[in-house]
Write a protein that binds this ligand. Structure first.
Ligand code: BDR
Ligand code: CA
Length: 323
């Protein structure tokens, strides 16, 4: 089987780490490199986390390319109240060793531009953080994102409320100008918004009954990384669970048959006081003056149980989960 070359652009982050585990545990994918971006945590913290996760997975040879350390225009925002100060909840990742690939000192934007230009139509980009690196790549080489076979993005909320403001999802809120630029890039875009990612979650019972008993370094990492998120849910009176936002974007590359996609006309708000980062979706019936925004394939429904089984079997390298 020929493997699909992919670049993962990420701001690690607990669910970003889970997305890395899913991508690297999936034999359909050849992860060419990990690009990091400021988002859940500052760039240097996220880049160190990416190294630690690769080390944990025994894949330290995969290169990491550090990218943008701030959004295009707005001030940086982080999500440390969700992911913890280190970005990894209570998990202690292995210290990266000196031999670990550091991306040969190449900036993530240069890596994206060079790889997509050299291999037009071949590479899938999976972006699960703010879209700053992708937007800068497009700025550097206009049209470069159209050279990707597909650009899969976790971000935005269509009919679902936001998760950082009443209307905005974190990745689009953290860099709305970049999100807008990528949406209008003409790339073969698939977006996994909150509408879809809120259908996939690790419940506390999954963690206690299906993960903790595996008793491996990986399972312990997941238990420790997710502990604070579960506690936070309890504090605010919600069912304790962790959304699999970023893994779902990887799922779109490995198991698209589990997802239902709708073409939606979308744009992103870049200036509103109350609406910064909101996806404006034009779902009007036959508007007389044409639709606002750009048509984009948006994942709207997921076969959630099947996705969860796939996720667990891949991240723990189990042929079949009998738990
Ligand atoms: C997104 O925001 C981040 O906190 C997560 O890693 C995910 O990419 C969900 O809104
Ligand atoms: Ca993320």
């Amino acid at each position: 089987m020929t493997k699909q070359p992919v670049i993962l652009d990420t701001d690690p982050g607990v669910d970003d780490a889970l997305a890395m585990m899913l991508a690297l545990g999936s034999s359909e994918l050849d992860v060419m490199g990990i690009c990091t971006v400021s988002g859940n945590v500052p760039l240097d913290v996220g880049t160190r986390n990416a190294r630690g996760v690769l080390h944990l997975l025994g894949q330290a040879e995969i290169p990491i390319f550090a990218g943008a350390d701030r959004p295009l225009k707005r001030d940086p925002v982080f999500a440390t109240e969700v992911h913890g100060k280190t970005g990894m909840g209570r998990a202690a990742l292995p210290e990266p060793n000196a031999n670990q690939q550091a991306g040969r000192g190449v900036h993530a934007v240069d890596f994206l531009v060079q790889t997509l230009s050299e291999q037009p139509g071949e590479v899938v980009v999976i972006a699960v953080g703010p879209l700053t690196n992708l937007a800068l790549a497009e700025q550097r080489g206009p049209g470069v994102l159209q050279k990707a076979k597909q650009v899969i993005v976790m971000g935005g909320a269509i009919a679902e409320p936001g998760n950082v403001t009443p209307v905005a999802e974190f990745n689009f809120y953290a860099d709305p100008h970049a999100a807008r630029r990528v949406i209008h890039s003409g790339a073969a875009l698939v977006i996994a918004p909150l509408d879809a990612t809120h259908q996939v979650m690790l419940r506390e019972s999954d963690i206690e009954e299906r993960i903790a008993p595996l008793n491996t370094a990986r399972s312990q990492f997941v238990v420790d990384a997710t502990r604070n998120m579960l506690a936070r849910c309890r504090q605010i009176g919600r069912e304790p669970m962790v959304y699999l936002h970023d893994p779902l974007a990887v799922g779109a590359a490995i198991a698209p048959e589990l997802l239902d996609v709708e073409t939606v006309y979308v744009d992103v708000e870049t200036s509103g006081d109350l609406t910064l980062g909101q996806v404006v979706a034009d779902r009007r019936d036959a508007p007389s003056k044409g639709r606002l925004g750009t048509p984009v394939d948006c994942v709207m429904r997921v076969r959630a149980e099947a996705f969860l089984s796939l996720f667990l079997s891949r991240i723990f390298s189990l042929a079949c989960l009998q738990i």
